[in-house]
Design a protein around this ligand. Structure first.
Ligand code: PFF
Length: 376
């Protein structure tokens, strides 16, 4: 007998899970540093323009495609034309690639959740020593992967829905608290100016491309997550309205993440364009100088953890659903297989900063290659 496909318990659960997928490291870790590297406010304007124009249609299309076919990505493409099966397979494959670098960063977050700022004099050296270690970061990556796989293995209602219902409100509350806190810091207005006062001389094609990559990545477009989440919708309401809510929430959260980070960066006279290390080097430097810095630091990394975990499980769901429905295996077995495959790719990605830093493909380390191909 065919097993019944899972379905969301309500439209609210679907929207929350999809916002959870969209709002992730892309908003809190990637958006501020890419914005910092691309001239601040002008990047924000281009990014919002692209989200409202180019990204809206594929977002609705992907959700609707899933809702209409009620299938995982490979089956959905196959139902249009069997020849499109391979195109469909690109979705879960991309998910596996993204997860392999996403979980590396998730592992670093777990470390920073538990660490204590006191006594660290050089934060940059501290971070590079951490990620260069041969075994410890690999364990952190696997640990983060295990947490996400655990919730994925519990299924759509008892796993994905529950995780989002718990973590998303925590994320929103901490974000609002930290934004208010950041705005009270001296010279906070310089950060706001950087974010909202555009310098049109910084506009160039490379930056537009970066903004487009960021927009697709942050909305989780084109990687099967929206399609798979859409396929679990069990009502007849339109997805267009939900898409507006998802886009609105994702953009507001990205802007708030910027307002949380830039005023603090400017307040301490630090550089906003320090790249991927912005939240792991620049912010801890600030936290170490703040009153109650360890509390603020802990809250910030809890926030980052919530963002990463709710997106992490959405990255796992397309390959998981594909394994379950195409190979007719149980969710638990599918999760075990996924754990094996993702570990195999994410370990070299984790070691890209240490043992395997000289192992390059197309002149990029495994981590950079996965990040570049999936976000650009
Ligand atoms: N949107 C997530 C973020 O901004 O971090 C990343 C992501 C999740 C990309 C799910 C793709 C995906 F399928």
């Amino acid at each position: 007998m065919e097993k019944k496909r899972p379905a969301w318990t309500s439209r609210y659960a679907f929207i929350l899970a999809t916002i959870g997928s969209a709002v992730g490291l892309g908003n809190v870790w990637r958006f501020p540093y890419v914005m910092g590297q691309n001239g601040g406010a002008i990047f924000l304007i281009v990014y919002i323009f692209l989200i409202l124009t180019i990204c809206f249609v594929p977002l609705v299309a992907e959700l609707y495609f899933g809702k209409m076919t009620k299938k995982e990505p490979v089956g959905a493409f196959e139902s249009v034309n069997p020849k499109l099966k391979l195109l469909g397979a690109l979705n879960p494959l991309t998910g596996i690639f993204i997860s392999s670098f996403y979980f590396v960063v998730g592992g670093w977050i777990i470390h920073y959740l538990c660490y204590h700022n006191a006594g660290i004099s050089n934060h940059s050296e501290y971070f590079s020593t951490l990620i260069q270690r041969p075994v410890y970061p690999c364990l952190l990556t696997l640990y983060f992967l295990l947490i996400c796989i655990f919730f994925t293995s519990r299924g759509v209602n008892k796993g994905i829905e529950i995780l989002n219902k718990i973590l998303m409100p925590i994320f929103a509350l901490i974000l609002i608290f930290l934004v208010s806190f950041s705005l009270t810091l001296p010279n906070a207005h310089a950060g706001l100016e950087y974010m909202f006062k555009p310098d049109f001389s910084k506009l160039n094609s490379q930056m537009v491309l970066s903004a487009l990559g960021q927009a697709f990545f942050t909305l989780s477009i084109g990687m099967g997550a929206l399609l798979t989440y859409g396929s679990y919708i069990d009502d007849n309401k339109s997805v267009t309205k939900s898409a507006y809510t998802i886009i609105f929430a994702d953009t507001v959260f990205a802007i708030l993440a910027g307002i949380m980070i830039f005023p603090a960066v400017f307040s301490y006279g630090l550089e906003p364009n320090s790249g991927a290390g912005l939240v792991f080097v620049t912010l801890p430097k600030i936290f170490s100088q703040l009153p109650y810095g360890n509390v603020v630091s802990f809250l910030f990394f809890v926030l980052l953890f919530c963002a990463a975990a709710t997106s992490g499980i959405s990255i796992l769901e397309p390959p998981c659903a594909t394994l379950i429905e195409k190979f007719k295996i149980s969710r638990k077995k599918a999760c075990l297989i996924l754990f094996g495959i993702i570990s195999l790719i994410s370990i070299p990605a984790t070691l890209s900063f240490g043992l395997m830093e000289n192992f390059k493909i197309f002149d990029k380390t495994v981590f950079d290659l996965l990040d570049f191909t999936t976000s650009n």
